[in-house]
Design a protein around this ligand. Structure first.
Ligand code: CTP
Length: 413
């Protein structure tokens, strides 16, 4: 049990902070709430006071506030500071050391780990000023729980919704662990999204991958303390704060980015839908003009990145190789054939013929196919599925499979 300060700033997501506080209490923690002036326009301090059974800190300068030892001692007593929701305004203040109320002062005084759960309008969240402030805070060690996507209270649709309560609570709990998460010290390379094979300056051959699964895996791994490189094909998603992002376009770019970095990784997770074919001879320099009748494209095979990593690794145990198999029939059998053909340690097999799983939807179901058997993961959000896949990956990295000797870590091709 730990004392956790929850800072609530002034956004519509403030009401969700009530649930977050409750859930932290359910997990056995003691919670003290600090509210900004604007937060009090959305939720009354009484609500938090009643559920935390502690005075809510609302005003640094209220008579008597500094006379109680509790307020003064808070910064040293807390084991974590969570700001949820974190508005663009408070993120800006924290990033620049502005301390004009209790919460912003607390941030500067405390040495406890800081978790920020941003929530705001999509354009605000995507504004370079906010992105730069979040990057600055992340570089200084704050953990950012990326907001979810969806319909926002302001009527917009896009990223900016406060992350699910579960994710916020899990992020705080991980910061409380002395080891910084069960992937601390691990280096992961995750690929995500489609690749685009250009036909001419305006057209390309692509696929329906949204990148959500790979981004969810990257976010989960960052959250659990891993150093993550996310090699991403063109996606319309906000990359998880804390991951190093390498943007690529074609299968050839993806190949170069992954093979150039794989030796530094403890595990490579190939969640990208890499094109198997690309226009022979590369993209036309000029736009292809229409002609009568049909148009025939000649495509040639791209390099299979995962297979190449499997070959390069040979008998060595690192990096651990995880592939995905998007299938429409004989899902497990085809995934098992890919496991063997590519020399991977694990294949996450999806049935993409289902409307609720696979490409371009929020949910997914999968079967984990490994040399020693299969595990079914039922339909769930891609973030929850990512959690289950990362659990498995953690176990594999810990040495149970595929490598089991300490020397295995040093066997690099
Ligand atoms: N993959 C890869 N390089 C490619 C194609 C695929 O590294 N050029 C990886 C994918 O990222 C995925 C796995 O291989 O992790 C399986 O991808 P999938 O498209 O399901 O299978 P393919 O090998 O392309 O086989 P097929 O299209 O015949 O089903």
């Amino acid at each position: 049990m730990a004392l956790i300060a929850v800072g609530v700033s002034g956004g519509i997501g403030a009401y969700k902070a009530v649930e977050i506080v409750r859930r932290l209490q359910d997990a056995g923690h003691d919670v003290v709430v600090a509210m900004t002036a604007n937060a009090r326009r959305f939720v009354g301090p009484l609500t938090f006071e009643a559920i935390t059974r502690r005075p809510v800190v609302t005003d640094q300068f209220a008579p008597g506030a500094n006379a109680t030892i509790e307020h003064v001692a808070l910064a040293t007593d807390i084991r974590a500071l969570l700001v949820a929701p974190a508005t663009a305004n408070i993120i800006g203040k924290l990033a620049h050391g502005i301390a004009d109320d209790f919460l912003t002062s607390l941030y500067l005084v405390t040495r406890a780990p800081v978790v920020l759960a941003p929530a705001m309008n999509t354009n605000m969240y995507e504004h370079p000023a906010v992105a730069a402030n979040l990057a600055l805070l992340a570089a200084r060690g704050a953990h950012v729980v990326a907001p979810g996507e969806g319909y926002l209270a302001c009527g917009w649709t896009g990223p900016g919704r406060l992350a699910p309560v579960d994710d916020v609570v899990a992020a705080v709990e991980r910061r409380l662990r002395p080891d910084g998460g069960d992937l601390a010290g691990r280096r992961l390379l995750v690929t995500a999204g489609p690749t685009c094979e250009d036909l001419d300056p305006v057209r390309f051959v692509g696929n329906r991958s949204s990148g959500r699964m790979g981004y969810a895996l990257a976010a989960e791994a960052v959250d659990r303390g891993a150093r993550v490189v996310l090699v991403s094909g063109p996606c319309r998603l906000e990359p998880p704060a804390g991951a190093e992002v390498v943007a690529v376009r074609s299968a050839a770019d993806m190949h170069a980015a992954v093979t150039g970095r794989a030796d530094e990784a403890d595990a490579v997770v190939m969640a990208a839908a890499v094109a198997d074919y690309t226009p022979a001879g590369g993209a036309m320099g000029q736009k292809i003009a229409k002609d009568s009748g049909t148009l025939t494209l000649t495509l040639t095979r791209t390099a299979d990145v995962l297979r190449e990593l499997g070959r390069r690794r040979g008998g060595a145990r690192r990096p651990v190789l995880v592939g995905f198999a998007a299938e429409t029939r004989n899902v497990v059998a085809r995934a098992r054939a890919k496991l063997e053909a590519k020399g991977a340690d694990l294949i996450v097999a999806n049935d993409v013929s289902r409307a609720d799983a696979g490409f371009d939807v929020e949910t997914n179901a999968a079967t984990l196919v490994a040399a020693d058997g299969e595990t079914d993961l039922p339909l769930q959000s891609k973030r929850d599925l990512a959690r289950a896949i990362v659990d498995r990956l953690r176990d594999m990295l810990a040495g149970g499979e595929p490598g089991d000797s300490a020397e295995a870590d040093h066997e690099r091709p």
